[in-house]
Design a protein around this ligand. Structure first.
Ligand SMILES: [Zn+2]
Length: 69
């Protein structure tokens, strides 16, 4: 189960350097485009174990999600 944005996940996300965050945002897999895309309109979610970015594909608008390493 994922939960709404919480402070802990937000803080972890913001602790990542800008350059690294940019790379992450620009390397999200889109199953519709069958390739790497840029995520837009994203939210930072946490499921207790992982931090996830949940948003839309910049190219086609499909929902995309990325788990942070
Ligand atoms: Zn796409």
């Amino acid at each position: 189960m994922t939960q709404p944005i919480n402070l802990a996940s937000e803080r972890l996300w913001r602790a990542i350097p800008d350059t690294r965050r940019k790379v992450i945002l620009q390397s999200v897999w889109c199953s519709q485009c069958r390739g790497s895309t840029t995520i837009i309109d994203y939210a930072v979610l946490a499921n207790g174990v992982d931090i996830l970015l949940d948003g839309k594909c910049h190219t086609c608008g499909a929902q995309v999600r990325r788990v942070l390493d």
